[in-house]
Design a protein around this ligand. Structure first.
Ligand code: CMC
Length: 429
């Protein structure tokens, strides 16, 4: 794995040889672990040129717009697989055979309910709290309810926690929604598929159980697949970092949810709809494009750009197709917000500012439009992302704990004060 070497010449010191590591695909990486011994560290805020770990789960080629989970292209998974199968793949490395799939689905269904006492936990929150704020709290609280699977050094405990998280996230997400609406929380129904059950818990009430549209359930399932994992993004790196200290899985996932919430990451799907509302009409697009280009204006076109993709986000392509299907099924034609979004995309894609910077629509640009059409309120969009991404987070957490690892502890370039003595309060100016 380390045939080539890089040589680093530091003025006044002997050259340092650094091994170059080669993955199965993708750029080689220079192994700088030995550098600390020379009294130097690397400086890379924002991890622009740093691989934080070795992983076998997901591969992205940002220049070509490729996304593979365990080697399988996202387009094929979205077309030929389903979310629970994709979960099995991410967690175990291979797609399940029929027997393994039936067993996995049954195990997940076995864990869909949450501890009855967890319900009372919700009462501590204001009903108008942001659903992501409640999610951070209730997912973290799972560690107070499921003590029996918290030994991170026990592979069986790790397995049970992983299944519990995948199984309980839809239940918790729907509970958050029902609480915000002041409606009774719905128990999961294990005769339904994962996506159908989520829609049932979201939209049905004890006094009215309506059948779930198969097209909407399929679209929901596809949204889950498209968000399932995305290698070492901010929230996944947060989960790994939290996990590296030995924190329990529920606490680590709560940390991931908090990191996901930001508008530069998962919060972008909500921000896209807020932005479309703010733009209001096609006649205002030019004004907002100008704002996005203005360096003195913090406004950015939400749902555009990506740290890794410098080509189309492959998830956005599948999402757009799903968007057309859902709007067709619901008979939504001439939706003004969709029209606005399409026009915005068209203008941005032909504008030299966006072309030069390779700013394409990302997954969040279309997901919000579909979620809104399904009837999911804007404030729940990032919760849906968190629900779907939980399997990715937990797969990375498990991968890290399954081999030797070190606590994540970056260094810094210190530019603060030198050592100085405290001046008595009476003598301070
Ligand atoms: N609108 C206008 N200008 C932009 C945008 C945008 N959405 N995104 C990047 N730029 C400009 C940026 O100002 C910079 O210009 P310059 O080179 O003149 O200084 C250049 O493009 C490079 O951008 P960057 O901010 O250095 O890129 P980054 O890799 O640090 O940030 C990003 C990536 C996703 C945070 C950023 O593109 C962004 O804030 N986009 C909007 C939020 C969004 O849609 N986020 C969802 C990402 S996909 C879902 C997920 O994985 O979470």
């Amino acid at each position: 794995m380390a045939d080539k070497k890089a040589q680093l010449v530091i003025e006044g010191a002997a050259p340092v040889e650094l091994p170059i590591l080669t993955g199965t695909v993708g750029p080689d990486v220079i192994d700088v672990r030995g550098l600390g011994a020379t009294g130097h560290f690397t400086f890379d805020p924002g991890f622009m040129a740093t691989a934080s770990c070795e992983s076998k789960i997901t591969y992205i080629d940002g220049d070509k717009g490729v996304l593979l989970h365990r080697g399988y292209p996202i387009e094929q998974l979205a077309e030929k697989s389903d979310y629970l199968e994709t979960c099995y793949l991410l967690l175990n490395g291979e797609l399940p055979n029929a027997e393994q799939k039936a067993q996995f689905v049954s195990t997940v269904k076995n864990h869909t309910m949450v501890h009855e006492q967890l319900k009372s936990f919700f009462n501590g929150f204001r009903r108008d709290a942001h659903p992501m704020a409640v999610m951070c709290g209730v997912v973290g609280a799972l560690s107070a309810f499921y003590h029996d699977s918290l030994d991170i050094n026990n592979p069986q405990h790790r397995e049970i926690s992983a299944v519990r998280l995948v199984a309980k996230m839809p239940t918790l997400a729907a509970m958050v929604y029902k609480y915000s609406m002041g409606q009774p929380m719905m128990y999961p129904r294990n005769d339904l598929s994962y996506a159908e059950n989520f829609l049932h818990m979201m939209f049905n009430t004890p006094c009215e159980i309506k059948p779930i549209s198969p097209v909407l359930a399929k679209a929901m399932d596809r949204i889950f697949i498209l968000h399932a994992d995305h290698e070492q993004n901010a929230s996944t790196s947060t989960v790994r970092l939290a996990g590296s200290s030995g924190a329990n899985p529920f606490a680590c996932i709560a940390a991931g949810i908090a990191a996901l919430w930001g508008p530069a990451h998962g919060g972008a799907n909500e921000a896209v709809l807020t932005m479309l509302d703010e733009i209001g009409d096609v006649s205002n697009i030019d004004k907002y494009i100008a704002k996005a280009k203005d360096k003195n204006d913090p406004f950015k076109l939400m749902g555009f750009g990506h740290r890794v993709y410098k080509n189309r986000d492959p998830r956005a392509t599948v999402m757009k197709k799903t968007c057309d299907e859902v709007l067709g099924e619901l008979g939504i034609k001439n939706d003004p917000q969709l029209e606005l979004a399409m026009r915005l995309e068209e203008i941005a894609l032909t504008d030299p500012y966006f072309i030069e910077r390779s700013l394409y629509p990302n997954v969040d640009f279309y997901s919000g439009i579909i979620l809104k059409a399904i009837g999911i309120p804007t404030s729940m969009f990032t919760v849906i992302f968190a629900l779907a991404r939980t399997v990715g987070w937990i797969s990375h957490w498990k991968e890290m704990l399954s081999s030797p690892y070190k606590i994540g502890r970056p260094r810094q370039l210190y530019t603060g004060e030198l050592q100085r003595d405290i001046v008595e309060l009476k003598d301070r100016k």
